[in-house]
Design a protein around this ligand. Sequence first.
Ligand code: CP
Ligand code: NVA
Length: 300
Amino acid sequence: MSEIRHFIDLDRLNTATLRQMLDIGQAFKSGENCGRPLAGKTLVMIFEKPSTRTRVSFQVGMQQLGGQTVVLGDRDSQLGRGETIADTARVLSRYADAIMIRTDDAGKLLEMESHSSVPVINGLTDDSHPCQIMADVMTFEEHRGAIAGRVVAWCGAGNNVTTSWIHAAVRFGFILRLACPQPLLPPAGLLEWARAEGGEVSLAEDAETAVAGADLVVTDAWVSMGEKDLASRHGLLEPYRVNETLMAKAKPDALFMHCLPAHRGEEVTDAVVDGPRSVVWDEAENRLHAQKGILVWCLG
Ligand code: CP
Ligand code: NVA
């Protein structure tokens, strides 16, 4: 039996495979490839957390590729009444051709993967958000060409999105500078992994140092879904807000990205998110195109 093509995290896939997915996504976007390769295929999506972009972009993407989706929310399935992930995976594998799951604990994603006989896609966990960063890499390259060797600055809390940026820095060969308050740094083991893989991922003293001369400035919510919204966290993160003064330290043509939803006035000001260097709407659109590449690769 051939190996099942799961999409769990960027560190588990090699550069050529990730490039293949982006190329497929780009071919669909440009209209070069207008076929319906997933005709007759079904993607089941499980959402244990809210979503706008992930939910709609996967649903529309599957439709455009000729397939269909079944969406299960938090209270729609027996998972909410204690049926195990393992049993759910076994059952869904009998109906569906792929399963996408958004959940809190990455362990649940891995459990789904180990008991599923169809591809499993990570639609975000507390630990990572790989679909998002595939769209982000696609967006950068559409605007500025190859991302390899370019400088990306992350300002804010170290979170699930940061982890996928770290994985991407290694796999796509760009320089990643992270400016995060000490208590909200990404896991030390992840930075060690990046170094061991030859990646250029470093911690910056402050946001200004991270952003100096950067090609891309990225941030995300100060409080992720499921985290406690503590006033002390806001106090810690104030110096990392992306505003026009901070953007002025980046390259004159630097781009701004945010996975969205944005908390305007917290991690980013209106002037930046709505400003000329922001590509957040292209980034959101590219979730659709990048995920088509992921789906076609997974479902082969
Ligand atoms: N960026 C992102 O994943 O958005 P949603 O939470 O709306 O899916
Ligand atoms: N870090 C954010 C990303 C949302 C798409 C969260 O997990 O809430």
